[in-house]
Write a protein that binds this ligand. Structure first.
Ligand code: NDP
Length: 434
């Protein structure tokens, strides 16, 4: 706290981990002797750089770019790139810190990083996005590589932006390094199933948790916040498992249809036409549109899947959801619930699937994309889906076992923190003090 006084998101993420790890330190004094906690909370490296670019009118703009290379004990730094005006050092550090545990939980050989820029892609032309992205990669390219650091997408960075970054990286390097980025188009070096992986994986994880408690998505009423990459495929998988998804949102507001929203319309509006979610009601007058996206949590539901952004569910939203009969919550976004909200859910018996575990499917399939790139072959969609299901099942089992072993059965927040920590801490001890 003394070293990072203004980094509120980063401090929130570390506090949640510390709270879980007390019983681990009591059992394992070697982690204290080796300064694991002190080393684990200080990034190996933070790169901050200027990104200058020219808009369509010839005006020059300057944004700030970041890459936080947090931990490389389990493999090359791995984590997405976010383009959003709110991006700052604290948000980059919290995301990269969470990534350490998440990536460890996948059981795959990947370290942890995160990057991005305070660039706002909203309202920018296609060419402006390309020029910005190329300028961003011109600097970032000095710090990444298939065995060093492998970025992917996140908020504001999808297949299009990854494509421009990939093109610029290879132009600068004068070759074709397929494994330098993940989330590429499957027709040009990407993996099938990557686009769907985070959303599908979240639903697979939550379904494990529900089944364990004699519940399921079937015939459940679900709310998914956001309407971006994670949300869209969480909705798709929940529908495939027999749920009714009654609401979704964007940063402008939310739509509600008690009979279930139409995913084809949401996909076309958001993925193809890049429009606002408010347009939905023009085609579906039976649905309602409300400004204020945070009010989405006032709608009654059995299962909530926050898939938009950090801290979107606070104490007030938590109380509303519980009052309306919420049974389970799965975090598709990173840290979408405040610590206070999580405490309220746990105290009221809501089944809670934490982000580190529940949304690890995206990075897991990214690691599979790295494997395919190294082997220069492509797995089928079915193979990827089977592997994804298995990874999510294994993560669920590790979280459950860790929670049991450290005296908090059923507490998956603690289980995820402990299971992820043990994996990376053992590697840090093995690699010596550095
Ligand atoms: P997208 O940019 O595709 O979608 C983000 C969605 O959330 C949009 O609908 C956006 O609305 C909405 N949103 C963004 N900021 C806010 C805000 N401040 N308030 C309300 N709504 C907001 O991003 P992703 O789907 O990729 O990422 C969503 C979350 O999932 C993030 O927390 C990300 O870190 C996490 N995640 C993503 C992974 C991936 O594979 N993509 C992997 C693991 C985690 P609008 O369009 O109006 O901005």
């Amino acid at each position: 706290k003394k070293r990072n006084p203004d980094e509120k998101e980063f401090l929130q993420a570390t506090r949640e981990i510390f709270d879980s790890l007390r019983p681990v330190f009591a059992k394992h004094p070697e982690y204290i002797r080796n300064g694991i906690l002190e080393r684990l909370t200080e990034p190996e490296r933070i790169i901050s750089f200027r990104v200058s670019w020219e808009d369509d009118q010839g005006k020059v703009h300057v944004n700030r770019g970041f890459r936080v290379q947090f931990n490389s004990d389990l493999g090359p730094y791995k984590g997405g790139i976010r383009f959003h005006p709110s991006v700052n050092t604290s948000i980059m550090k919290f995301l990269a810190f969470e990534q350490i545990f998440k990536n460890a939980l996948t059981g795959l050989p990947i370290g942890a990083g995160k990057g991005g820029s305070d660039f706002d892609p909203k309202g920018k032309s296609e060419r402006e996005i390309m020029r910005f992205t190329q300028s961003f990669m011109t600097e970032l390219s000095k710090h990444i590589g298939p065995d060093v650091d492998v970025p992917a997408g996140d908020i504001g960075v999808g297949r299009r932006e990854i494509g421009y970054m990939f093109g610029q990286y290879n132009r600068l390097k004068g070759g074709y390094e397929a494994g330098v980025l993940t989330g590429k188009d499957p027709n040009h070096g990407g993996s099938l199933g990557r686009k769907e992986a985070t959303g599908y994986g979240t639903v697979y994880f939550v379904e494990e948790m529900l089944n364990e408690n004699s519940l399921s998505f079937k015939d459940s009423k679900v709310i998914v916040s956001g309407s971006g990459n994670v949300s869209t495929y969480a909705i798709e998988k929940a529908l495939q498992l027999g749920a009714t998804v009654v609401a979704c949102s964007d940063s402008g507001g939310y739509i509600y249809d008690k009979n279930g929203i139409n995913l084809d319309t949401v996909k076309r509006l958001k993925e193809v036409e890049q429009k606002r979610i408010s347009e939905y009601v023009k085609e579906h007058p039976e649905a309602e549109y409300h400004e204020d996206c945070t009010a989405i949590w006032s709608i009654p539901c059995d299962i909530a899947l926050p898939c938009a952004t950090q801290n979107e569910i606070d104490e007030i939203a938590a109380h509303m959801l519980i009052g309306n009969g919420l049974k389970a919550l799965g975090e598709g976004a990173n840290m979408p619930c405040t610590i206070e909200a999580i405490t309220i859910f746990m105290e009221n018996g809501v089944l809670f699937a934490p982000a580190k575990a529940a949304n690890a499917g995206g990075v897991a399939v990214s690691a599979m994309e790295m494997s395919q790139n190294s082997m220069r072959l492509a797995w089928t969609e079915e193979e990827i889906d089977e592997r994804l299901k298995l990874v999510m099942k294994n993560i669920y089992e590790s979280c459950k076992t860790a929670a049991d072993n450290f005296g908090k059965p059923g507490n998956l927040v603690m289980g995820a923190n402990v299971a992820g920590f043990l994996k990376v801490a053992d590697a840090m001890v093995a690699h010596g003090i550095r």
